[in-house]
Design a protein around this ligand. Structure first.
Ligand code: DCP
Ligand code: CA
Ligand code: CA
Length: 346
């Protein structure tokens, strides 16, 4: 059967989340890495925004080199809980669009959309996903659609940031031919240098070679590479993803100041989420409440219970206790969320 695979990858993920939390950073170079000490620290760059990339900064380079290239950048330490939260919310959005869903890293996932039958319909889904992530998380991503995982992944990388690239089966060879061999997943700087020494620069140079020739040059990896250069990849999207938590959130049509309305929304969500949790045969031992203020400042607080529970009374009192501190200052609230974690089979 003809397959349609979607690959989604968030744009400059850690740095984009930091920009969302502090919009002042949007027009400045931003570098994220452990132990940054204003650029003088000894850590490694996790990622940076596209402004910093223009100065030659990239993931994996020492912070001190990044400072050499762009001393006026904002150097921030990573805030992993914040990125994990954003990642969880994004995955919850993506997974709704197909039963065959495979998260591939903190900021990327595959969906099998073969059931749509046409790339046109799959494209509509891709557009909806982009809009939903932008509206509810205020983050952009890049999506690729192709006849397999390899082409979908290369397509999502093709027009970053905020890209949508669709490669139908008959366009695969053309799409690949002009690209540098470095764009093939699995080809790093070492393999690139080795192949460049053999006068192989573009994927079209590989496409001209026979599988035997490449095998002689590079061993088994050579014949794998031959398939990649032809855009052939049979690996399925694997949906063995086990839920570790279950949650829901509501963005209010208008920002709310009235505590009563916020709490009502929170308890309604708690009821829904508990219903799903118990229907799936699970108890919970962790309750987490998220409050997002009008300016997008987001707070997530959680509490682990002494023992697993399935009780609404327990959930209700925990959720209220967790939410209460955020309702004291009467700031406008944009979104509330409830998540149950540490799930166990009842
Ligand atoms: N990451 C990291 N160290 C690396 C590479 C990545 O800590 N060497 C983290 C930070 C990234 C996140 O993983 O934000 C996702 O990695 P990507 O390779 O997808 O890169 P980005 O999302 O940052 O940028 P792009 O827009 O190129 O996808
Ligand atoms: Ca990314
Ligand atoms: Ca990624």
């Amino acid at each position: 059967m003809k397959r349609i695979v979607l690959h989604l990858d968030m744009d400059y993920f850690f740095a984009q989340v930091e920009e969302r939390e502090n919009p002042y950073l949007k027009t400045k170079p931003v570098v994220i890495g452990a132990d940054p000490k204003g650029g003088k620290g000894r850590g490694i760059v996790s990622t940076c925004n596209y402004i910093a990339r223009k100065f030659g900064v990239h993931s994996g380079m020492p912070i001190s080199w990044a400072y050499g290239k762009c001393s006026h950048a904002f150097f921030l330490p990573p805030n992993f809980p914040l990125y994990e939260k954003a990642s969880e919310n994004i995955m919850e959005i993506i997974r709704k669009y197909s039963p065959i869903f495979e998260p591939a890293s903190i900021d990327e996932a595959y969906l099998d959309l073969s059931f749509t039958k046409t790339f046109k319909k799959a494209e509509e889904i891709a557009k909806k996903i982009k809009v939903e992530i932008l509206t509810s998380e205020k983050l952009t991503c890049s999506i690729g659609l192709g006849p397999n995982k390899l082409i979908a992944k290369m397509a999502s990388d093709f027009q970053k940031p905020d890209g949508l690239t669709i490669i139908e089966p008959e366009k695969v060879l053309d799409f690949l031919s002009n690209m540098s061999i470095r764009k093939i997943p699995g080809i790093g700087p070492k393999t690139e240098a080795k192949l460049n020494a053999l006068k192989i620069f573009k994927i079209s140079d590989l496409q001209k070679m026979s599988q035997e020739e490449l095998k002689k040059l590079l061993g088994k990896w050579g014949s794998d590479l031959w398939y990649k250069a032809q855009g052939v990849n049979e690996s399925p999207v694997v949906s063995g993803y086990v839920r570790k938590s279950i949650g829901a959130q509501t963005t209010f049509p208008e920002d709310k100041v009235k505590n009563g309305e916020v709490l009502n929304a929170l308890l309604k969500l708690a009821k829904e989420v508990l219903g799903d949790c118990v229907n799936q045969g699970n108890s919970f031992q962790l309750v987490e409440v998220t409050i997002r203020y009008a300016g997008f400042e987001t707070h997530t607080h959680s509490k682990t219970l002494p023992k697993p529970s399935t009780s609404f009374t327990t959930l209700r009192s925990q959720a209220l206790q967790l939410a209460w501190p955020f309702l004291q200052d009467r700031r406008k609230i944009r979104l509330v969320g409830v998540r149950l974690g540490k799930l166990k089979k009842i």
